[in-house]
Design a protein around this ligand. Structure first.
Ligand code: NAD
Length: 321
């Protein structure tokens, strides 16, 4: 089995450097996928209320634990707070529901999914609630501030419902602001990060502040082409990019492994997903080689500051949902 290195978080807990993402994992195959990923050696799973599959994730995890493949404490389970639950008094009840879906009693890491608060939608009305108040296209903002939300997140640690807490899709100014009032600092910042969106400034900020970084959508446009996002369709695939292919050939690796190693070599965690067993192993094995300085310099030249996963894309015609 592949040995996955870990990052020591500022909370004192260890987080695996390579994990498994759960966005767009179909409900019908989700329990089997997570069960197979555990068998392949994955220990970190990156879920969210918004992915709409936490109950199935819980079934897969429960099966693996019941069969003695892993213990709960071997796993690192991440989930996220959806925007409609940003008011402080909404946080604990929804986290308890999410934990019940996962059939666990604490999250290893719980993230604020986006620093954007939306009006509450009762889970009895629609769950997961998504971006739109009416489920179709109406955006309704909530007045909850990031400070209020973070206060509620800190309570999760104090109550033992989350071991570490963190943020996702925050930008520099929002992070500096949060650090002024945080009594528990964010352990992890999860952001879109790939050669077309290298985010070097915010990565430096996070490292300087002792916040670990997790990259999502490591293959760039691929994830968003699947969703029909125009800006992604117009970009050259990174998985088939000539430069990445040349570097992959030099090291006897796949382009996907090069894209993942480009992050993990700098202690940036990655969370790719696939339902294919051979690809699961291939992605997990991305830590078994090193890119050289020249490779890193050439990949750096691909930066275009193009962010695919932006609320602006959700609220305009180029919608993802
Ligand atoms: P991904 O990395 O899972 O992959 C995109 C596409 O690449 C998928 O079609 C996948 O099947 C394919 N793929 C995977 N491995 C491959 C390989 N070795 N070779 C060729 N193709 C391969 O992209 P993603 O879902 O955008 O991001 C990964 C995870 O990050 C998500 O599952 C989710 O957990 C997290 N995420 C978080 C946010 C956030 O707002 N915090 C946003 C997006 C994604």
């Amino acid at each position: 089995m592949v040995h996955t290195p870990v990052i020591k978080l500022n909370s004192g807990h260890n987080m695996p450097l390579v994990g498994f993402g759960l966005w767009k994992v179909d409900n019908a195959i989700c329990a089997d996928t997570i069960y197979n990923a555990i068998k392949a050696g994955y220990r970190l799973f990156d879920g969210a209320c918004d992915y709409g599959n936490e109950r199935e994730c819980g079934e897969g995890v429960a099966r693996a634990i019941k069969e003695g493949i892993v213990k709960r404490e071997d796993l690192f389970i991440t989930s996220k707070l959806w925007q409609t639950f940003h008011e402080e008094h909404r946080i604990e009840p929804i986290v308890r529901r999410q934990l019940a879906d996962w059939q666990i009693d604490y999250f290893d890491l719980f993230l604020v999914h986006f620093p954007v608060a939306l009006e509450y939608v009762d889970p009895e009305v629609r769950y997961p609630p998504g971006w739109f108040y009416d489920g179709v296209g109406e955006v309704r903002w909530s007045k909850a501030t990031n400070q209020e939300t973070w206060h509620g997140m800190e309570a999760l640690v104090r109550k033992g419902l989350a071991r570490s807490i963190g943020i996702s899709n925050f930008q520099s100014q929002t992070i500096y602001d949060l650090l002024k009032y945080a009594t528990i600092r964010p352990a992890v910042l999860q952001i879109e990060l790939h050669p077309y969106m290298q985010q070097s400034g915010i990565v430096r900020l996070a490292k300087a502040e002792g916040i670990a970084v997790t990259a999502y959508s490591s293959f760039g446009p691929s994830s968003f082409i699947e969703l029909g996002l125009e800006v992604a369709k117009n970009m050259k695939s990174l998985l088939q990019h000539d430069l990445i292919a040349e570097i992959a050939k030099k090291h006897g690796k796949t382009t996907a492994q090069v894209l993942l190693r480009w992050a993990t070599q700098r202690e940036i965690a990655v969370i790719p997903k696939t339902s294919r067993q051979a690809i699961m192993t291939q992605n997990l094995e991305c830590v078994n080689f090193d890119l050289d300085e020249d490779d890193m310099r050439r990949i750096a030249s691909l930066n275009q500051n193009i962010k695919f996963n932006s609320p602006v894309n959700y609220f305009n015609n180029d919608r993802l949902l």
